[in-house]
Design a protein around this ligand. Structure first.
Ligand code: GLN
Length: 498
């Protein structure tokens, strides 16, 4: 029982079905670990241990009565960007330090309906703006592989909690890499689905045309399990799209069952030199190339493709994302909910001080940049121009996909850097160089672990797919994981028993 947290989601499901352990025992196991070890990691902002225990007990009773939902009684946790009814929902900000959401996000409802048990709300960069989880009002998160390093961000709490063995899977959100980059830094698999695949209702908006929720776990199969209840059309999100409803777990099992010793025969993996550009760490490059070689050995063909210069993509993203953020974040004004300054003298003072005291420096920086880009005199020069470049980025991806099935790249140019390095914004933004194009195009993409640096920090490989092809992406990672063991390595904290 001391190693329950090292089991895969599939093993947890089988264990529950075979009555090797109950959901309550499993839930207690994770709660015990969180209570003993999260003081080192700081991955949770809010614990919901009591409701989790009650839910687990109910799940055990339902199972005894013949309830066959596969995820019934399996624990998880949510990034604190998702509204949870009756539970504190902070989005990592002082602005929402007292916000008890009156409703659930659609994905929260759906995961709940699948019978999963939520252990709480996970730390994140403030309003999902960041790549190191250091902008959270609730303190930095430590990487479970090496506590002196960042876990990545913005879904840093989600990544750290899974990597530490506090939950088997967690939700995340990805506007420019926030699922894939922390997955890469923490040795996990994490998938950002096609834009429109998962409802954004109740997910606090950062940049609405880029935001997409997804799942994080140790393996592609773990991600498939959690992603399944998240997907589907939602009339409460105008950008949610009606599409076929794949069964990811079944698709992955079928792909594995029909795979011979060359499981990737016929698969064309696009590799772009733009994704192996200057600034790429040598060890990261080596691990990414070694993984590609493994894909080739297993039957895949590598083809050269061209995508937009990532520096152009970076500039486009850091124009559009702040522009949308400046508009979305105008709702936080101290009037109806969230932080309000003390003793405002008049309405303007209430707005000004509530916003200056409630938002941290990175959020303020983005609101200022975004507002500037949208202002009357500069709108065409900045915002309109960036929208035009965005269209060209989409076109470049379309052209690349004419010659390949998936595109591979390092997920981030480096492994996890040290906490407190106090990198300036421009350097931090450069870390998003390989992930943001995917969001601008609305494509699905995942990150999977492909090795460790010489000082033991995880390295991730990104796989980008064509629209709606999450199954293809997940099975491309799943079959790789059937032949390799990078995803089976455990962080220092995961190896600790309590
Ligand atoms: N690091 C990127 C940013 O700060 C991406 C964040 C995200 O995907 N939420 O905008």
């Amino acid at each position: 029982m001391s190693e329950l947290h090292l089991l895969s989601t599939q093993q947890l499901i089988t264990g529950l079905q075979d009555k090797k352990f109950s959901s309550l025992e499993l839930t207690e196991h994770y709660i015990k670990r969180i209570d003993a070890l999260d003081s080192k990691i700081n991955s949770f902002i809010t614990h919901t241990s009591e409701t989790a225990r009650a839910q687990a007990q109910a799940a055990d009773e339902m199972r005894a009565q013949g309830d066959k939902r596969p995820l019934l009684g399996v624990p998880m946790a949510h990034k604190d960007i998702f509204c949870t009814q009756g539970v504190l929902t902070t989005c990592g900000s002082k602005m929402l330090h007292n916000f008890i959401s009156p409703y659930d996000a659609t994905i929260v409802t759906n995961i709940d309906k699948a019978g999963m048990i939520s252990l709480g709300k996970l730390n994140m960069d403030e309003f999902a703006m960041g790549s190191d989880n250091e902008s959270s009002h609730y303190g930095a998160v430590h990487n479970p592989w090496n506590l002196a390093h960042v876990p990545g961000g913005s879904s840093g709490g989600s990544a750290a909690a899974v990597a530490a063995g506090f939950v088997p899977v967690a939700t995340g959100s990805d506007t420019g890499g926030s699922i894939r980059q922390p997955a890469s830094f923490c040795g996990l698999t994490g998938i950002k689905p096609t834009y429109g695949r998962v409802s954004r209702f109740g997910m606090i908006a950062y940049a609405s045309s880029l935001d997409q929720a997804g799942s994080m776990g140790r393996s592609a199969m773990d991600c498939a399990y959690l992603l399944q209840p998240m997907i589907g059309h939602d009339t409460r999100d105008a950008t949610s799209i009606k599409h076929d409803m794949p069964n990811y777990v079944q698709d992955l099992n079928e792909a594995a069952a029909s795979a011979g010793d060359k499981p990737f025969a016929g698969l064309r993996i696009g590799v772009a030199k733009e994704y192996f550009s200057k600034g790429l760490d040598a060890e990261v490059e080596q691990a990414a190339r070694a993984a590609l070689k493994k894909y080739e050995e297993l039957g895949a063909t590598i083809v050269e493709v061209t995508i937009t210069d990532p520096e152009i993509t970076l500039a486009t993203y850091y124009m559009l994302a702040p522009a949308e953020a400046s508009s979305n974040l105008s709702r936080f004004d101290g009037v109806r909910f969230g932080y309000r300054c003390e003793n405002p003298t008049d309405l303007l003072d209430l707005y000004t001080r509530s916003r200056s005291e409630g938002f941290g420096p990175e959020v303020q920086r983005r609101i200022l940049t975004g507002t500037y880009a949208l202002s009357a005199g500069y709108f065409d020069a900045y915002y309109t121009k960036a929208q035009k470049v965005r269209r060209l980025i989409v076109k470049d991806f379309e052209d690349a996909f004419a010659n390949c099935d998936v595109i591979a790249s390092p997920t981030a140019p480096t492994a996890a850097y040290k906490l407190g390095e106090d990198l300036d914004s421009a350097t931090l933004y450069l870390g998003d160089v390989y992930t943001i194009g995917v969001n601008l195009a609305g494509l699905p993409a995942l990150s999977q672990p492909v090795g460790l640096t010489s000082n033991g920090l995880p390295i991730g490989l990104q796989l980008i797919g064509q629209y709606w092809q999450e199954s293809k992406l997940l099975s491309t990672a799943h079959l790789f994981q059937q032949h390799t063991d990078h995803h089976l390595q455990h962080s220092t904290i995961a190896k600790e028993t309590v």
